[in-house]
Design a protein around this ligand. Structure first.
Ligand code: PBG
Length: 335
């Protein structure tokens, strides 16, 4: 008699479903499509102007004529929306950021022109004063240099209204002042702009990952070594993000956002689980810069890592992602 012990087979073989492409595809839980992408772009004055942003390889500031061509391509690739950011001439920056609500300003003109040329492309604008202030903060300062909340909200209202009147589909307050969503919603309703959507930068952290963006819009030098910790959130906090989101929803936000993206995916998941509302994440300039640095050194596989970084936002519960990779990703995802 041989003393055979019963052979132990695994009760479950997880690898069975991974063996073939067909079954991997069948059980895939999340997919990334161009419809998940929002493309942030930097617009500058002039014609035929294109300027590289050194800390964001592959990203350029574009004059409106060139931006329209790029935007047309984005629309054809299936990208639903652009997020516009202005490069404001130093001579137009001031303590009170009056240029922010100039009906003939760069953003307001860009919105009008883009909507006319490409009506099917969603246009989102950033509501915040930092590109327009001489000190680079997102609001109006008191004598001690503190950003005054209610005074700033008054200016943000004018800015948001000027964007909506120019035809912006979505206004996106990124300033983190208290009560601004409710005030903007009231003004939009009063002015019969019932369908202008609000995407609230609800959980916006006081992050060091925004550095390259501040280079791109030209607010880095003005801001100097100052930070935005008196209005943006502490990176150590998670519960507070839910409080912020709940307030913005109660005040009339249609969509909420978490920013930055990859280091904050836990926050995205908590918001989605608890509130079940349209939730977006911003893969910010510093995240883009880190990826590009590794890609350019040949340290990471560019296309593979880029798509992996983006599908992870879907898995975390995001409905869409703002990313500087939008066009590059959409090209790879094209059927
Ligand atoms: C402006 C604004 C910032 C970003 C988007 N809107 C910078 C900031 O708050 O300092 C950052 C975007 C990025 O880093 O890609 N309030």
């Amino acid at each position: 008699m041989s003393h055979m012990t019963a052979r132990q087979f695994p009760a479950t073989r997880m690898r069975r479903m991974r063996r073939d492409d067909f079954s991997r595809r069948l059980m895939r839980e999340h997919t990334l499509t161009p419809a998940d992408l929002i493309w942030p772009v930097f617009v500058m004055e002039g014609e035929g102007q294109r300027e590289a942003v050194p800390s964001m390889p592959g990203v350029e500031r574009l004059s409106l004529d060139l931006l329209i061509e790029e935007a047309r391509e984005a629309l054809e690739l299936g990208i639903p929306m652009l997020a516009l950011f202005p490069v404001v001439d130093t001579s137009l920056k001031s303590e009170l950021a009056e240029e922010a609500y100039n009906a003939g300003g760069l953003i307001q003109r860009s919105v009008r022109t883009l909507k006319q040329a490409l009506p099917g492309l969603g246009i989102m604008t950033d509501v915040a004063l930092d590109p327009y202030t001489s000190h680079g903060q997102d609001g109006i300062l008191d004598a001690e240099g503190y950003v005054q909340n209610d005074r700033t909200v008054e200016t943000l209202l004018k800015q948001a209204l000027s964007h909506a009147e120019a035809g912006a589909d979505v206004v996106a307050p990124s300033d983190m002042m208290d009560g601004r969503i409710g005030s903007i919603r009231q003004v939009l309703e009063q002015e019969q702009l019932h369908n202008t959507r609000i995407m609230a930068y609800s959980a916006k952290y006081a992050s060091r990952y925004y550095g390259p963006f501040r280079d791109a819009v030209g607010s880095a030098a003005n801001l100097g070594r100052a930070d935005k910790a008196t209005y943006q959130m502490d990176p150590s906090n998670g519960d507070e993000a839910l409080h912020e989101v709940a307030l913005d929803l109660a005040e009339g936000a249609d969509m909420v956002m978490v920013k930055p993206g990859m280091p904050y995916l836990d926050v995205v998941r908590r918001i989605k689980d608890e509130l079940k509302v349209p939730t977006f994440a911003y893969q910010v300039s510093g995240e883009y810069a880190m990826h590009m640095a590794a890609f350019e050194n040949g340290w990471l596989d560019a296309d593979g890592v880029m798509l992996e970084s983006l599908v992870c936002f879907k898995r975390a519960g995001a409905d869409g992602v703002l990313t500087y990779f939008a066009k590059r990703a959409a090209r790879l995802l094209a059927p």
